[in-house]
Ligand binder design. Structure first.
Ligand code: SF4
Length: 300
């Protein structure tokens, strides 16, 4: 099943309606704010009834199966349900930078990116806009939209919200940021992150399976987990990798990232105020090896 089948059967339109109905007392993400976004109220993510985006461009810096040779059509959505102290994109995620648009304009931006020859459409921080994205897709499909859809998310997501994406999303690209709920609440204002993130990622795997590539090495379907190693062991990388190997399997593709640098409120903070050391990243690489997680990408 894919989004074309869902469109033709009428299921996609049903999903659009179901998703919009949830905005009346918004429970799309684990914060369960209960605000009426249809009437202009806003919750923790800052999102309203209409989508807001900061950019829609060709991006070449993602993992090789996502960026390929022609780039990924990347749309940065405004707002986020996390408030990471170290967020490098905080003007977009936490300060509301971006343009409020209609779902029709969002569909147009998607189609324009497709015309530019990108390999996929990559929705960055999309979860608080599930209804609007489904609606844009519903408008774009009859106009010829056919690219794989990449869901590039924080992984702080509810299984019942992800269910609306079953058969719609081709590639899930979630973070697994923390293994400890307390750390997640302290650093990212995301209570219960570890307990919520793990079933969310398991649901993503159930929907799309392990990563499948085409003959050119491009992602056509599947799961890639991103894990940013944090200084001072704050991400508890070993615990997360152990959980992945034991629960999702060693075939899981992992992008183990080392590009942490202090940004936003992390500047001057103890521990978060410094970069990662080589030893800290080496420890993370050793954990990958220890748990036989051979699929994926690491950074030099
Ligand atoms: S999507 Fe936004 S408004 Fe809705 S529950 Fe999450 S943080 Fe609150």
């Amino acid at each position: 099943m894919n989004y074309l089948t869902l469109y033709q059967s009428g299921e996609l339109l049903k999903r659009v309606r179901t998703a919009y109905a949830r905005l009346a007392a918004c429970d799309l993400c684990p914060h369960d704010c209960g605000v009426n976004r249809l009437q202009g109220e806003r919750g923790i993510c800052g999102a309203g009834a209409h989508p807001a985006i900061a950019s829609a461009n060709v991006h070449n810096g993602e993992e090789p199966p996502i960026s390929g040779s022609r780039g990924s059509g990347t749309i940065f959505l405004t707002g986020c349900s996390l408030k990471c102290r170290f967020c490098q994109n905080f003007p977009i995620s936490q300060m509301g930078n971006g343009e409020v648009i209609t779902t029709k304009v969002l569909a147009d931006r998607i189609l324009k990116l497709q015309q530019r020859g990108v390999h996929n459409i990559n929705l960055v921080t999309p979860t608080h806009y599930v209804p609007q994205i489904l609606a844009a897709l519903y408008l774009a499909i009859p106009q010829g939209f056919r690219l794989p859809l990449v869901w590039n998310s924080s992984g702080y997501e509810k299984v019942d919200t992800l269910a609306l994406l079953d058969g719609v999303v081709d590639v899930f690209l979630p973070d697994m940021k923390y293994a400890d709920n307390g750390t997640a609440e302290r650093i990212s204002s995301a209570p219960g992150y570890a307990d919520i993130n793990r079933p969310a990622v398991a649901e993503m795997l159930r929907q799309v399976g392990h990563l499948k590539l085409d003959d050119e090495g491009l992602a056509v379907k599947g799961l890639i987990i991103r894990h940013l190693v944090l200084p001072g062991g704050l991400a508890e990388t070993r615990k997360t990798l152990s959980w992945i190997a034991g629960n999702l399997g060693t075939a899981t593709h992992i992008s183990l990232m080392r590009q942490y640098f202090p940004a936003h409120q992390a500047v001057g903070m103890p521990v978060l105020g410094r970069k990662l050391t080589d030893d800290e990243y080496d420890e993370a690489l050793e954990a990958l090896e220890e748990f036989d997680l051979d699929n994926g990408w690491v950074q030099d």
